[in-house]
Design a protein around this ligand. Structure first.
Ligand code: EPU
Length: 350
């Protein structure tokens, strides 16, 4: 086990923020972590608090050098676990790049993840955030995951029911409380994730952007590869590529309100983009709310609001985590003052 010191993190966070990890250990296989937890060094390395688990860094704002021990998850490997009559069970190491994994499943002839193409980050981070796009959420394809408890060194497996999936939410985003043993934030390091891809595949097409593609091309029954290509093209047209412009995808969640609150807003702002949800609540488009407050293209220091999509904050070059956070707060304040709605950020701030 090698403890690296003063490791630059710029390449390890999709915002491209310049910061260092005081101490960093790469976890390339389960044994690396188990050895570290059992070693005499562990107590000293974690004296400053629980370690910080770093995946692809695509949902992260770093506001300074990271003092807690950073565990960088680099567990690789992709395999077919089971080829059953009803579906394929596929597994990937937590350190695998998400998009490359999606591409690989399609190349193997196992459709099902195409709507989740081009989402930045790693396989291990995908259940934490319950990533979602174009009508599919990770939880719809998730089978189970393996993880290691950083406090006890025990390995455990969770199925979907135990992951507490919600909209951009899971058990991995909540701290455990004394009253309920719910919450694994900061406690679990996910090592491998399995997906169940049904053989009775149907394209998921219920999004306006996809309906537009169908109308343009005359293809109303795209295969999985075509759908993958469409999703990539749609995302490339409106979302910045983190390799070129630092960003963390949507910075805020789309807020949910009651029908009464929504009716109130519509009375004042008839154009507000809103979607009724199956549970009777209404989801509002946070991007529209931010855009309506005039934020597109504006910024704080080197942190800005992307010109083509107000929900995405970008690093225009040399932005600090502090500038990103200040910008996010200013946006929250103006959306609250105009609409009475509190926007909740998606990324983790450290
Ligand atoms: N809109 C504006 N101005 C803007 C941005 C959006 O008016 O600056 C309007 C759009 O015209 C549209 C509506 O707001 O009518 C919604 O925008 P869009 O379709 O782009 O989707 P979104 O709600 O902004 C969500 C997810 C994305 C996901 C897309 C497609 C969240 C927070 N974001 O974005 O996820 O890719 O739907 O499914 O749920 C992410 O989480 O990082 C992410 C990119």
């Amino acid at each position: 086990m090698i403890v690296e010191k003063q490791v630059p993190l710029q390449a390890y966070n999709s915002f491209g923020i310049v910061a260092k990890a005081h101490q960093l250990v790469r976890i390339r296989e389960e044994a690396d972590l188990l050895g570290l937890l059992a070693s005499a060094d562990w107590a000293g390395l974690t004296r400053g608090g629980m370690p910080f688990v770093l995946g692809g860094g695509s949902n992260l704002v770093i506001t300074g050098d990271v003092k807690p021990l950073v565990l960088k998850v680099e567990i690789m490997g992709r395999r077919l676990v089971d080829d059953g009559p009803k579906g394929w069970l596929v597994e990937a190491g937590a350190g695998e790049n998400w998009h490359a994994f999606v591409q690989w499943t399609l190349q193997q002839g196992w459709p099902g993840l195409e709507n989740l193409a081009l989402i930045p980050g790693t396989v291990g981070a995908s259940p934490v955030q319950n990533i979602g796009a174009y009508g599919v959420e990770l939880q719809d394809r998730f089978h189970s995951l393996d993880a290691i408890d950083l406090r006890t060194g025990e390995s455990f497996t969770l199925d979907a029911g135990k992951c507490g999936f919600g909209y951009r939410d899971s058990v991995f985003k909540h701290a455990s409380s004394d009253t309920r043993d719910f919450g694994l934030a900061g406690r679990a390091l996910i090592t491998r994730v399995r997906f169940w891809l049904p053989k009775a595949w149907k394209p998921v097409l219920g999004y306006a952007d996809l309906e537009r593609r169908m109308a343009e091309t005359g293809n109303t029954a795209p295969d999985a590869q075509t759908l993958f290509d469409w999703i990539c093209a749609i995302r490339r047209a409106k979302l910045p590529d983190p390799a070129v412009i630092g960003n963390a995808g949507s910075f805020f969640k789309n807020p949910t309100v009651s029908p009464d609150v929504c009716a109130d807003i519509i009375a004042r702002e008839p154009k507000v983009v809103h979607y009724p949800m199956p549970d009777g609540s209404i989801k509002l488009a946070a991007g529209w709310l931010i855009d309506a407050c005039g934020w597109k293209g504006r910024g704080v220091g080197n942190a800005g609001v992307y010109e083509k999509q107000a929900l995405v904050l970008v690093n225009r070059g040399g932005a600090t985590g502090g500038e990103v956070v200040t910008l996010a707060r200013a946006i929250q304040t103006s959306v609250y003052e105009r609409f009475g709605i509190r926007l909740e950020p998606e990324p983790v701030v450290i």
